[in-house]
Design a protein around this ligand. Structure first.
Ligand code: 13P
Length: 262
């Protein structure tokens, strides 16, 4: 992490877990146990149906609510879809775009990801763009090339002003939900690669200011080492974000680390 230049964001991605009632219980536990210091931003990415209760329960604390997906059109005949404006009206601040599960199971292409990024920005949402390589790509030494392609495709047409409102999450697909975490060095290197891609697109200053998270089996045991990498500016946490005590543990770790750094 490097607090001097950029925000640290600890985000929980619940995926398709928890009902609205369970969300209220989680949010109550979280809000009573949050650290007093406000050294990292906290986000939870909840299923659409849980957004109102999450926002209501957490309204007085500094936990922002994110959606896990959205459609790129403002409105129209797209049965089952949700627009950016619908999310904004509820008080949603962030939205995950291009999560590997959406790319894999719902055929989201880089072109769709790019359209969603533009639609989210236009509506005033802060996209968390997810990128990452497969195990085969890593074994073939194609990680950097893949990241380069994915980041450039997703950010096509995004201006220097707009990049300030984007967070990138590096999520190696082989580490998601597998318990197989990237080593701190692998995570640090890939996040540094993403930062160098941003540097070539937007210049050194904006690249330095962009938050780049790591996601993939992050948990209370490995968070400290992952977050100690200077280019890893937080976490996007799946499984370990589902229990308040685990999620809080990671939040406290991020907080403590920063306190010792500054
Ligand atoms: P896990 O932490 O369960 O591996 O999930 C990571 C992820 O996909 C977060 O978006």
């Amino acid at each position: 992490m490097n607090r001097k230049y950029r925000k640290t964001i600890i985000a929980g991605n619940w995926k398709m877990h928890k009902t609205a009632c369970e969300t209220r219980t989680f949010a109550e536990s979280l809000k009573h146990a949050l650290p007093r210091t406000k050294r990292c931003s906290i986000v939870i990415c909840v299923p659409f149906t849980n957004i109102p209760i999450a926002i209501k329960t957490l309204k007085d604390c500094r936990v922002a609510i994110a959606a896990q997906n959205m459609h790129w059109e403002e409105s129209g005949a797209y049965t089952g879809e949700i627009s950016a404006q619908m999310l904004v009206e509820l008080g949603v601040k962030y939205v995950l775009i291009g999560h590997s599960e959406r790319r894999e199971y719902f055929a989201e292409t880089d072109a769709i990801v790019n359209k969603k990024i533009h639609a989210a920005l236009a509506a005033g949402l802060h996209p968390i763009l997810c990128v990452g390589e497969t195990e085969a790509q890593r074994e073939l030494n194609l990680t950097d090339a893949h990241l380069n392609y994915q980041v450039q495709a997703a950010l096509s047409g995004v201006s220097s002003e707009q990049i300030k409102n984007i967070t990138i999450a590096y999520e190696p697909i082989w580490a998601i939900g597998t318990g197989k975490t990237a080593t701190p060095e692998q995570a640090g290197e890939a996040c540094a690669t993403i930062r160098s891609i941003l540097r070539s697109l937007y210049g050194a200053k904006l690249a330095r200011q962009t938050t780049i998270q790591y996601g993939g089996s992050m948990n209370p045991e490995n968070a400290k080492n992952l977050l100690s990498q200077s280019d890893v500016d937080g976490g996007l946490i799946g499984g370990a974000s589902l229990k308040p005590e685990n999620f809080l543990d990671i939040i406290f770790t991020a907080n403590e680390y920063e306190e010792s750094e500054t």
